[in-house]
Write a protein of this length. Sequence first.
Length: 220
Amino acid sequence: MVPFSFCSVDLLALGEGGLFHAPTASLLFADLHLEKASSYARRGQMLPPYDSIETLRRVLALVERTGAEAVYCLGDSFHDRRGSERLADEALGLLALLTARTRWTWIVGNHDHAIADPLGGHIVAEAELAGLVLRHEADRHDPRPEISGHYHPRYMVTLRGRRVSRPCFVVGATKLILPSFGVLTGGMDAADPVILGTVGVGARALIAVRERLLGFPLAA
């Protein structure tokens, strides 16, 4: 976990792609996309059906490691509105354990906006933590400090003729976008004009590596 400050709020960046707010013992994740594999399988594209189990194991490991008492999922936690109905027994057990152990909040996203029964926790459109607005998709017109997901940002660079990409946080003056946490999710170039236009001038990609937070200025 690497400490950094965003809009005067002290946070810890996790190498796995989440955030931890120590004063409230809160973990933040974005874009779990549970049951993405089963969603693809219904359309004829077969993927190993273990994405939800592996993603929830990663969440549980971080809850245990940090001692988190609250968890905020910043939208698109399920790949579609029927995703919760397709969870395997092991995934259901992990989710039941997590939502019983923590104060669990589901923030709705564009994929799971119609979710009605997320199997524990409570559902909100937005939340607030230490003066920071938590939502799924950044609102470029809202001047308040904000943490969001949605774009699955990845820092991309060409090294020795090879294209390399890593999930990253994207931060600006008042916007902080988390990478996707789901094991089957792809990503968008952090320097994409859509992301830069949302975050604003001075956008940087941040990657937590061991005990360091590497920062890279972004330009379209």
